[in-house]
Design a protein. Structure first.
Length: 261
């Protein structure tokens, strides 16, 4: 049994083709918008602003006869997007995370968030367990008797996994992959739901804002609160104009300045 800590790795973010944007903007008379932004510094925010301004052709005053003035400051512009709950433009901006050493408890909960997400999870039908990594919250680690009994139980389950592998001859050269898969699938039934695993999780900004609030709420499960607190910190650094409206309480709750985006 190996004690682990849930971790979050941000592995992909928006990459904007500014030359393609420029070609379009020359067609509609919005070239000066690109001159005002700091290309490549906050690409997620650039993409969100681009999508928003497309909706009203608000690159410059007068391009749309109904628009006589425009917001040139990106942060102010995006704050107004949030305030007006114009969340559809945020769906163009997606980030991909590796959620490492999260439990099956966690993964069962996160897959409930389906709109605006993509999930690829480690398959225990193929990945054989030879150890049982496990996360213990701080309060559990402080309970000596609990840790003693929990560690003993996990160690016994781990040893059973290793015995099963030997019993089924999974490391024998003549054992075919289809048999390994079938036996590995059977073996995972003896793994606890708290087993640490991993997944790749992609979500757009609109979904991220919703899940960040919902999954750091005091009523949420404690592991998922921990993980989404880490996601929130990453996102505030990546796109401060899109996540800077949150207030983080002492207990780790992320409260947005604007809801229902």
């Amino acid at each position: 049994m190996r004690s682990v800590e849930p971790e979050v790795f941000l592995v992909a973010r928006p990459k904007v083709d500014y030359e393609a944007m420029a070609a379009y903007l020359r067609e509609v008379g919005g070239e000066r918008w690109l001159e005002r932004i700091d290309r490549g510094q906050l690409e997620a925010q650039d993409l969100a602003e681009f999508a928003g301004k497309m909706c009203y052709r608000s690159w410059e005053p007068g391009l749309n006869p109904n628009v006589r003035k425009v917001r040139d400051d990106q942060e102010v512009y995006l704050q107004n997007i949030l305030k007006q709950a114009h969340g559809s433009v945020l769906e163009h901006v997606s980030f991909t995370f590796v959620l490492h050493n999260v439990s099956r408890v966690f993964t069962h909960e996160i897959v409930r968030h389906r709109p605006g997400t993509a999930v690829s999870q480690e398959s225990l039908r193929y990945v054989r367990l030879d150890e049982l990594p496990f996360w213990f919250p701080d309060w559990a680690q402080e309970d000596a008797e609990l840790m003693k009994r929990a560690t003993a139980l996990l160690t016994e389950l781990e040893q059973f996994q290793q015995w099963l592998a030997g019993h089924f001859g999974l490391d024998e050269d003549e054992t075919k992959m289809h048999e390994k898969k079938a036996k590995t699938s059977f073996m995972r039934r003896f793994a606890p739901e708290g087993l640490a695993t991993g997944l790749v999780w992609t979500a757009n900004v609109r979904t991220l804002r919703h899940t960040l609030e919902a999954r750091t709420d005091p009523g949420a499960e404690e592991e998922i609160r921990l993980v989404f607190g880490k996601i929130g910190e990453l996102m505030r650094a990546e796109a401060p104009a899109l996540f800077g409206d949150y207030t983080v309480t002492e207990d780790g709750t992320w409260i947005p300045g604007w809801r229902k985006v």
